[in-house]
Design a protein around this ligand. Structure first.
Ligand code: MRU
Length: 379
């Protein structure tokens, strides 16, 4: 079975409810942009590429249904205005990942152009939007496969000693099939190392407070039978300094890469980059070009989403009911009542700590002056 975060066909969108994973595999249908906004905000779908695609397809689904019911605004201009307003609303769901606003900007350009063409009908505008949204789904999987291959090749060439043929890789958060349209970015690199028989072992962090690592990455690693070990976030330093375990590379995803290479990713990424530098381990960011935001000059300009304190003070898991023997999903408190909480969902890793940015176009490395030239990837 292929693990899919997103299922789409004939105007119908469903997503695996990531709040229930790894305990319950349940798909929920999303038929409106309102439903898409809620699923993104509530983290039923998460991961930068996945939220962009679900946003686009939720609106495609709504438009498909409006067309079937013949309720689409009657002229091309009105339908264009409606779509653009819905896109703005969808972008407001989560601020840090740039893929969502990048997708909205591209879709808006297509809709504006089509609605202003003379003789365009309202249905032409709807069809152009739906086609473009569907194409994003297919392109993300293609891009991830290339990212995986490029990253695996780079690691084999640059992170292994001459007598080593297989890599030990540590990853953080979830960047796999569940965070993208399929295959994954950083986890795609691990998948590609595995399929080319150059992976010795993968380590994944728990990724507090939301546990994307222990709930989702661990689930994908077990699902794909990849040799892997789970550690808590605080064990990373001990792992890197452990005699006999030579971690060759830390590979993470990204929610936004600024023009200078500063990278916003799941909270905890920056700490891993500092550890990697101290221990002489390669630190790599794997992300499609849609995650690189040339309009953001450096990490200082990136807005970091702060999430509810409940995500830190409570935790969800399986609980055995001693009386009935039933297993239920339960949320339990794990912090002292009344304590103040700070819960930034992401942090920014300065480009100086990053050895390479793995994209579908190749691996960007710093030049002799120690600077990334990311603009060249778009030429
Ligand atoms: O808050 P999340 O779960 O959406 O954060 C996800 C991450 O930080 C991922 O590492 C990032 O989006 C890359 S996904 C391919």
């Amino acid at each position: 079975m292929v693990l899919e975060a997103i299922r789409y066909g004939d105007g119908k969108l469903s997503i695996i409810d990531q709040l229930q994973l790894p305990f319950v595999e349940r798909y929920i249908e999303i038929s409106t942009s309102e439903g898409g906004w809620q699923a993104i905000k509530n983290m039923q779908v998460r991961g930068a590429p996945a939220i962009a695609i679900v946003a686009a397809l939720s609106l495609a689904s709504e438009l498909h249904e409006l067309s079937v019911q013949k309720k689409v605004p009657s002229n091309a201009e009105d339908v264009g205005t409606f779509i653009i307003e819905r896109l703005k609303y969808l972008v407001s769901s989560r601020p840090t990942a740039v893929n969502l606003s990048d997708a909205a900007r591209k879709l808006e350009a297509i809709v504006s152009e089509r609605s202003q063409r003379s003789r365009s009908t309202a249905q032409d505008v709807v069809d152009a939007f739906i086609q473009a949204a569907e194409a994003m789904l297919a392109k993300d999987v293609e891009d991830n496969t290339r990212i995986g291959e490029n990253g695996a090749r780079w690691i084999s060439a640059n992170a292994l000693s001459t007598e080593q043929h297989k890599a030990i890789v540590l990853t953080h958060c979830n960047t796999g099939s569940l965070a993208t349209a399929g295959y994954g970015t950083a986890l795609g690199v691990i998948r590609s190392l595995m399929s080319s028989d150059t992976l010795q072992h993968a380590y994944c962090t728990e990724t507090r407070p939301y546990n994307q690592g222990s709930r989702l990455t661990a689930f994908e690693l077990v699902h794909d039978k990849i040799p892997a070990t789970l550690i808590t976030d605080s064990m990373a330093a001990a792992l890197l300094s452990r005699p006999g375990t030579r971690v060759n590379a830390i590979v993470v995803g990204a929610d936004r890469v600024a023009a200078n290479g500063d990278t916003a990713n799941k909270i905890g990424t920056y700490g891993l980059a500092v550890l990697a530098r101290y221990h002489g381990v390669k630190f790599l960011v794997a992300a499609p070009l849609t995650t690189i935001d040339l309009a953001t000059k450096s990490g200082d300009e990136i807005v970091i989403e702060e999430r509810p304190s409940l995500e830190v003070t409570k935790i969800k898991g399986l609980q055995d009911d001693n009386l009935t023997g039933d297993v239920i999903l339960a949320t339990v408190g794990i912090a002292a009542e009344g304590i103040d909480v700070w819960n930034p969902a992401f942090d920014v890793t300065p480009f100086a700590l990053i050895d390479g940015i793995i994209t579908e176009k190749g691996v960007a490395e710093k030049n002799a002056e120690g600077r990334f030239q990311l603009k060249e990837l778009f030429d």
